[in-house]
Design a protein around this ligand. Structure first.
Ligand SMILES: *Cc1c(COP(=O)(O)O)cnc(C)c1O
Length: 374
């Protein structure tokens, strides 16, 4: 008699819904009317894979991209062809100039020092290279402060050499819609940018778009909203569809008696008899160790047949254990527990992190499945 084994994968799958990604791009496009919707695709498109993501966005009409580094820009250029603008948020570094010119990238100039470097690099090239100017308006991270900006505005000769085609700033608190710093940054951006020759302006990231029309200017630069992040909980954000699910197959189930412990370091103690499922996804696949269920902290969950199954014990490198005691029907190896998806923001907060970090730390080991419109 032949023995039948159920066929299942012992490896998790990262499912990326490219049609939802396109839907989100189009939703934001409608929201901002005539403004250009650029896409922030730094860090391998927030961990989702630069090639399929950039191509899908290109297919949706996106022609302006933001990445952090020249290396990211060079890879992106190979996937989107010659037409799109690719801005480098981390600015021009002298070591990267060859790469920047070679791949026709546009550095975002964040300081006078970077402006001097870019202006002198421009000389031997002849025609001015293109770049953006970043003005700091209250985040105190990258960008010109007010004194530096005044110097730049006065030095017309240098400014000309920079080939500036965009002036931008970045919001520090946009998801917190009632934070007074939003308005303050908006006003400072208007005032500061008026010192420079008139150029297209850009202030809003994803959450900034939902702050309303005054924040849109000529270009917006969403990232997380394209990938299904809902920085605000308002009705507007509900038009954003989820894009990323981590699907972790059950590889074993077991009964655990009351008074036992589960997982490394015995951090979870069972108070009653439990049934648990061991899933083929651990911190190497993108479920952070901070998702561990150790009794005292708020539980993080996966979703199984629409029910929430709490993580119990420490997340390990390749495996995570969930409590399936409350499932009505028996659970077998091969059935899958979903993480993120619709619950990306909730999962991020119960895992003591943010959606951005969850996505950018997705593991390389998962099988990747890209869904396109059927
Ligand atoms: C990452 C980034 C963005 C995109 O931000 P989201 O919150 O993901 O929309 C836009 N602008 C700058 C300067 C960034 O660093």
């Amino acid at each position: 008699m032949a023995i039948e084994f159920s066929k299942y994968s012992a490896r998790s799958t990262l499912r990326v819904d490219l049609s939802a990604l396109k839907h989100n791009y189009e939703t934001l496009k409608k929201k901002v009317g005539g403004a250009t919707v650029a896409a922030s695709v730094k860090a391998d498109a927030y961990g989702l894979g630069i090639k399929p993501v950039a191509r899908a966005l290109y297919g949706a009409g996106c022609r302006v991209f933001f990445v952090a580094t020249a290396g990211e820009g060079k890879i992106l250029r190979e996937h989107v062809g010659d037409t799109p603008s690719i801005y480098l948020l981390n600015g021009p570094a002298s070591r990267d100039l060859r790469l920047i010119f070679g791949a026709d990238l546009k550095p975002v100039i964040n300081s006078l020092e970077q402006a001097r470097l870019w202006a002198s690099a421009a000389d031997p090239v002849g025609s001015p290279p293109f770049s953006a100017i970043h003005i700091d308006t209250g985040m105190n991270r990258l960008g010109f402060d007010s004194d530096e900006l005044t110097s730049l505005a006065r030095n017309k000769k240098m400014f000309e050499k920079l080939g500036v085609d965009l002036v931008m700033s970045h919001l520090a608190c946009a998801p917190d819609t009632s934070n007074p710093l939003n308005k303050e940054q908006l006003n400072r951006f208007r005032r500061a940018s008026s010192q420079l020759p008139m150029k297209p302006l850009s202030l809003a990231n994803s959450a900034g778009i939902f702050l309303g029309k005054p924040y849109h200017f000529q270009m917006v630069r969403p990232g997380i909203a394209l990938y299904g992040g809902k920085s605000s909980s308002g009705p507007e954000a509900s038009a954003i569809r989820s894009v990323v699910s981590l699907l972790a197959p059950v590889i074993q189930t077991r009964n655990v008696k009351a008074g036992e412990t589960i997982g490394y370091d015995g951090l979870f103690k069972t108070e009653r008899d439990m049934k648990v499922a061991v899933l083929a996804a651990g911190y190497a696949d993108g479920i952070p160790i901070s998702a561990s269920g150790i009794g005292t902290k708020r539980a993080a969950y996966g979703t199984l047949y629409g029910k929430r199954v709490p993580i119990v014990g420490r997340v390990s490198m390749d495996l995570t254990i969930v409590d399936i005691s409350k499932m009505e029907k028996p659970i077998n190896a091969g059935e899958t527990v979903e993480f993120f998806g619709e619950h990306l923001e909730r999962d991020a907060s119960s895992m003591e992190t943010i959606s951005y970090e969850l996505l950018t730390r997705l593991g390389q080991r998962c099988r990747r499945e890209y869904l396109t419109a059927s």
